[in-house]
Design a protein. Structure first.
Length: 184
């Protein structure tokens, strides 16, 4: 399915993009709320949701990349700096989607907490207990978080700039629900 003549992303690519965008925002909000919450059973519950949805991001990422590799991308007339910058930001966003769940999983493992995804699926620790490693992984988790937030600002400003300043199809090609030219 490498139909490169289409001006739109395949519906499945659009579906993964927006499903994961919503999920990642929810995971971030849960992380911030859980972090600020006073120590209580509710705080633990918030963290279980945070970790479970965070690991769902990791699972979906795997299927998303498989899906992306089996579908063509729309062609846009872009300047070479726009192409390099957008590819770079998008590639780094994929890396963040991988690094956030893994660094979180390492915090959890090193801190010697049980990990029960949605209270149902027990996952093994990735590393043995270590206070130093838990602290390091926490720093990594939060540093990558802020890198990811900055990349998202660039990504969203870029998308809006294409739409409102460049007045091109880049954003429209990633929006759901337009009938014209949709490929499955
Ligand atoms: C897309 C995936 C993820 C994102 C975007 C994310 C984001 C966040 C955010 C925003 C915070 C609060 C940071 C702060 O205010 O200091 C946080 C904290 C935390 N997250 Fe995640 N997270 C993700 C995945 C995970 C996963 C899969 C786990 C564990 C299995 C996890 C474990 C933790 C822990 C233990 C903390 C508390 C760290 C601390 O005490 O400073 N996260 N995360
Ligand atoms: C957590 C939020 C988001 C993440 C993690 C994310 C991530 C990504 C990634 C990785 C790609 C590259 C797709 C590929 O070529 O494989 C992409 C494409 C795209 N995203 Fe996002 N995105 C998010 C939110 C948004 C938002 C809010 C907008 C619109 C304002 C947006 C607009 C776009 C557009 C227009 C493309 C296509 C770019 C192109 O054709 O080169 N994204 N996004």
């Amino acid at each position: 399915m490498h139909g490169a003549d289409s001006s739109r992303w395949a519906a499945s690519v659009v579906g993964f993009h927006w499903l994961m965008a919503i999920l990642i925002v929810v995971v971030m909000i849960l992380g911030w709320v859980a972090e600020e919450y006073p120590s209580s059973p509710d705080k633990v519950t918030l963290f279980v949701w945070h970790k479970s949805f965070g690991l769902t991001v990791l699972l979906l990422l795997f299927f998303r990349l498989l899906n992306r590799w089996t579908h063509g991308a729309p062609r846009h007339e872009l300047k070479s700096w726009e192409r390099v910058l957008s590819r770079g930001v998008q590639g780094l966003l994929y890396l963040c989607m991988l690094a956030m769940p893994f660094s979180g999983w390492i915090i959890n493992s090193a801190a010697d907490f049980p990990l029960n995804v949605f209270w149902l699926i027990p996952l093994p620790p990735l590393v043995g207990p270590s206070e130093t490693l838990a602290e390091l992984a926490e720093e990594v988790h939060v540093t990558i978080l802020w890198i990811m937030v900055s990349l998202l600002v660039l990504h969203i400003v870029g998308a809006l700039r294409h739409h409102f300043v460049g007045k091109n199809q880049v954003l429209r090609a990633m929006l759901p629900g337009t009938k014209e030219g949709r490929r499955q």
